[in-house]
Write a protein that binds this ligand. Sequence first.
Ligand code: ADP
Ligand code: GLC
Length: 475
Amino acid sequence: MNRVLSVTSECAPLVKTGGLADVAGALPAALAPTGWEMRTLLPGYPIVMKAIKPGKPVLKIADLFGGPASVHHAKAKGLDLYVLDAPHLYERDGAPYNDADGKDWPDNPERFAALGDVAARIAADGAGDWRPDLVHAHDWQAGLAPYFLHQRKIGVPSILTIHNIAFQGIAPVEYITRLGLDRADFNESGYEFWGKISTLKAGLNFATRITTVSPSYARELLTEEYGMGLDGVLRARAEDFSGILNGIDDVVWNPETDPHIASYKTPKGKRRAKAALRKEFDLPKSDGPLCVVVSRLSDQKGLDLLLEALPALVDRGGQLALLGSGDKVLESRFRAAAAAHPFISVKFGYDEGLSHRMIAGADAILVPSRFEPCGLTQLYGLRYGTVPIVAYTGGLIDTVIAATPMALRMNVATGLSFHPTTSDALARALLQAVQLFADPPTWEKLQKNGMRQPVGWEASAIEYARLYHEATAAA
Ligand code: ADP
Ligand code: GLC
């Protein structure tokens, strides 16, 4: 078996704030059949420490950015983990990146530099009797792993995967020494970004290969419009940069075995799930499509556009049930919309079980993102016969076959898509959804095509394995 160390700040089902956790959690099992053994290096947040039985540490560090640390090799929830126990960095209440009030931890630069530092130590000296052939780092939180590998001349190659270019790991210059970076690399081809440090940029410049989570987002990232200032860096490395589409865990997301719902594979089962969902959201009966949103509430997700476009849906008998957490302004705007219309109902917070019941019970799932590296909820929708209505951007382009006249005639369409990402275009897509829904044979075709679409990890795991081989051969 070849060995790869995945370096990530979140990993489902142990700790999750978004899709990164799902991907990091699914990759090891997906890769196993390709001959790559993946172990995952994860910060020892309280929730992670609680889930493992720490034995004798495989690595001890007397001073890791201001305190002692140790690495434990442990198995939990099917994952093979290296947990970085560093109480001064991770032992605190709140979320992985912020305190209970949503404020970023001021020492985030050290907290995640530590992760990259320890990844490089494991690559250099091994942990126990295991030493990786390759390091796979995710997002800015692991961006310094490729940097430290380079700085310490450890001949282990690395992959950096961009899950979202909007988060760039920015720190002021004072951190150069504090994080153990070389001042000589504070330049355009190193980690310097507009006079500050960017750990993501460090990863982009020093990783052997770079990937992102869909081919379309990879293309978009090369443009000024989507690159968020890093498009030039990516253009310079275009030959080493590619998109590999995310899959979903098709055991967790399987309508026939899902413990959160009464299982179904027939339209009758779906109708039952829908009735239960209406009840749960206090929505009356109606002939129009019941649409859901399960999302972080942030500018990226385009939900302000949905607020403007909603009349196109609810004034024609359609309904909306939303589950979200994040931006408080958006939250209150959705609350007001729900108070003003009986066909709109919203819940806030993070609720895994409810997200399953919603995706199972709805007719359609809305993803009107301004940009979307891959997106997972549209993939869940496909699996559950819940038609995705998506913006034509990023991974949403690559995962949904839009109901154009020709795609309908050829019976290959799996969803609806709209372009540009404006409230008018979204309103037109909602209108199209209402019309297609009123034609049950056509709607059923969309559902059936979607349920047949392969959304698991098989194909993408093979692509990662191929890239891992390429990177190890290049090093
Ligand atoms: P992102 O990572 O940008 O948030 P993704 O679509 O890739 O977007 O992944 C989001 C993940 O988080 C999905 O698994 C989705 O079901 C889940 N999710 C988002 N918001 C909630 C919520 N409020 N409750 C439960 N699950 C949520
Ligand atoms: C990011 C992106 C999302 C992607 C996820 C997992 O959070 O916003 O589109 O699906 O990472 O790769």
